[in-house]
Design a protein around this ligand. Sequence first.
Ligand code: CUA
Length: 334
Amino acid sequence: SQSACLLGTVLLVSLAGCAGDKSILDPAGPAARDVRLIWWVMLVFATLVLIGVTVLWLYAFKPRNVVRTPAQERRIARRWIIGGGIMLPVASIITLLMFGVSAGQRMLPLPLGEPPEVIEVIGHQWWWEVRYPGAQGGEVITANQLVMPAGEPVDFHVSSADVIHAFWVPRLGGKIDMLPGRVNKIRLEADEPAVFGAQCAELCGVGHAHMQLHVEAVPRREFDAWLTARQEVVLRELAVADATHDGARDAFKTHCASCHQIAGVSQGGIGPTLSDVGGRAMLGAGVIAMEEGAVSRWLQHHQTLKPSNKMPDHGDVETDTLDALGAWLEALSP
Ligand code: CUA
């Protein structure tokens, strides 16, 4: 009964992985439904193969008294090799290939009558840069959050600034490698407005597990409004933040500006842009939730919260200054 209990626990734990915002078994778009179908086909198929092989294996132990000539033995062996070793695998691989190719086809960015929205995603150790080159009034850049229109195909152009990462929104479709010096493209669609989890799917160093992306599919109109807010509201928020948090902008310029960009303040391109950081759901690429005081907490403890992240420790900066910086950054919330 102990082993039955263990088996039960293993099953429960593995089933727990089937729910949640990163489950391929809970698809939220056409490409993801294909992936789920392949998953089930492969599971059923692999189970049949396992059962078949086990039965044959047990059958081999069966004692028998038949005496065969070497020629008969060879004929039987040849039949098994040709049937079970060649024909069966070829037939199964071709069947799986047909499923795989049709699913892959759907994720290809083939020409459409109405060109889809293009979103560029660039992997960094260990965060995501997200760009909207098609935004009216100039490109919009954000980080660690991806807002996309729901109910229409979206083309993701992915690449990397350093090592190989992989872009993967499990509930929307397959994963795709993000390679330095090359742009890979994948077309995904969210059926309805929803929030999805995404995760870097290629081991990319110490912070790999902490490279999560918050994906939000919203109605088209809301999406357009969101883009406009990045361009207009960001600067307005900045003026308000400056007025209410005296001296914080100077502290930012001293300690942060060489790495972080904020529209109208700094050009730093090493760390994530912070123009709209206060409006994001998470900090540190999914490490802590954004709430009051979160930025200051992050600034003080980021090396513990996300070990080895590339931002220098801020032990040399006064806590008051970090608090002021945090409050100012949180105010940048279009
Ligand atoms: Cu980036 Cu793993």
